[in-house]
Design a protein around this ligand. Structure first.
Ligand code: HEM
Length: 416
């Protein structure tokens, strides 16, 4: 058996912090190999890249998420012991609860709320000197997500709740103050959503039956038990927080529209096909999730390597989205590439790969695509605006990243 390339440093955690998104891809290129070994946080990590490796990584017989997600990520981004760390039948049962929330009727409710709040904000923007789209998009998504989820939100708390959900997301690749902001935001968020779960259970709060808060509050595990109040609160946040995170993609959508103005008019006369391709290209082109981790469940051999039970394995998410072997001119923004594109569960994985129900692929991928389409339609068909001089660059070393200025717009006018 040939030895896979080993990175010969004592520990590469600092390099990960300074290189950011391309950390795995840089080594894939350097070693000319889709599999290599490094050391992160003083443990061995085997790193995988590309569709073949993705297929292996998403084989639930071979990998588990138990013990793979660092505590610092659970204490900020994800919450402790939620769906992301579950396995087997228990995971499937919990995941089915999430996927039931993604039925077309449910998504339509979210989309209607989202459109309503975008329009409401555009009326406000007409009277403002300038708007930081990133900040207001977080509020719009927070309002839409809470309305859809059945979570009451007072007007005076919209800004702080939106900031808290964003802080949980912003903490995931961070050390220092950003990490702590995320922890405090999670503490506040869990306290708040625990109160909502309790009120739904004791009848003090009535919410629509198919709404996420109702479904989660009354969900029963395989033993027929309700989730603990804390677990239900964590899973409710697991629906609202990532919906607010779509604001990152929306700001990149606005950036793409600005940098490729030729699409604006085409999108105004679109039957939906270009909108879909544009959104897919935004999810491919701009960085969000860098990689995902798992632990080996039982020993196996693949790619010239003997995987041992318990080994930490990281799958590259960012790299394959810009891989020349998969995409022609990967660093060009070209929505048309999705026209006759042959997708598989393993060759385009901005939100994870494999199967939704039997694996950990993002439960909210369809919701993300639909919400981005509503937002793109709003930006092209409902408003016109100017984009003043500003720093629109984004750093690949920052995880998660977004344009430094937050995308400032001004002279907003409604078109209808
Ligand atoms: C899992 C990305 C939006 C709910 C994931 C994973 C990624 C991801 C990379 C992990 C996949 C894996 O471990 O294999 C994103 C991105 C989003 C987004 C970039 C865009 C903002 C959403 C939305 C929801 C959602 C809108 C729900 C409304 C979840 C859940 C999981 C998950 C519940 C855990 C699934 C499991 O462990 O089985 N997401 N996501 N995500 N996502 Fe998303």
């Amino acid at each position: 058996m040939t030895r896979i390339p080993h990175e010969s440093t004592l520990d590469s955690s600092l390099n990960l912090l300074t290189e950011g998104y391309p950390f795995l891809n840089n080594r894939v290129k350097r070693f000319q190999s889709n599999i290599f070994q490094t050391r992160l946080l003083f443990q061995k990590a085997v790193c995988l890249h590309g569709p073949e490796a993705t297929e292996v990584f998403y084989n639930p017989e071979l990998f588990t998420r138990k013990g793979a997600i660092p505590e610092r990520v659970q204490k900020t981004l994800l919450g402790e012991d939620g769906v992301q760390t579950m396995a087997g039948e228990e995971h499937r049962h919990r995941k089915a609860m999430f996927m039931a929330l993604m039925a077309p009727d449910s998504l339509q409710i979210l989309k209607d709320h989202l459109k309503r709040f975008w329009l409401a904000y555009s009326r406000k923007w007409e009277h403002m000197d300038q708007v930081v789209l990133f900040d207001d998009a977080q509020e719009v998504f927070c309002l839409a997500a809470c309305s859809w989820a059945g979570v009451p939100l007072k007007p005076e708390e919209v800004r702080t709740r939106a900031q808290d959900f964003a802080a949980m997301v912003d903490a995931f690749g961070a050390v220092g103050p950003r990490h702590w902001r995320g922890r405090w935001a999670r503490d506040r968020g869990e306290k708040w959503t625990k109160g909502i779960i309790k009120k739904i259970r004791n009848g003090k709060l009535t919410v629509p039956e198919a709404s996420p808060a109702h479904v989660i509050a009354l969900h029963r595990d395989l033993e027929g038990e309700l989730l603990s109040t804390r677990m239900a609160a964590i899973e409710l946040i697991n629906v609202i927080r990532p919906t607010v995170a779509i604001a990152y993609f929306v700001v990149f959508t606005a950036l793409a529209l600005y940098e490729h103005p030729e699409y604006r008019q085409k999108l105004q006369y679109d039957d939906g096909r270009l909108t879909e391709m544009f959104v897919q290209e935004v999810r491919r082109f701009y960085p969000f999730a860098p990689f995902v981790g798992a632990r080996v469940r039982k020993k196996f051999k693949w790619g010239g390597h003997k995987f041992k039970k318990g080994n930490l394995v990281l799958l590259d998410i960012y790299g394959p989205l810009h891989d020349e072997a998969l995409w022609e001119q990967p660093y060009a923004f070209r929505p048309e590439r999705f026209q006759n594109w042959e997708g598989s569960p393993f060759n385009f994985i901005p939100q994870g790969g494999g199967d939704y129900l039997n694996n950990h692929r993002c439960a909210g991928e369809w919701l993300t695509i639909e919400a981005m389409k509503v937002s793109l339609d709003f930006l092209t068909n409902d408003v016109v605006y100017e984009v003043p001089e500003q720093d629109l660059s984004f750093s690949l070393a920052r995880i998660p990243t977004y344009p430094k200025s937050g995308f400032i717009i001004r002279k907003v006018r409604r078109m209808n």
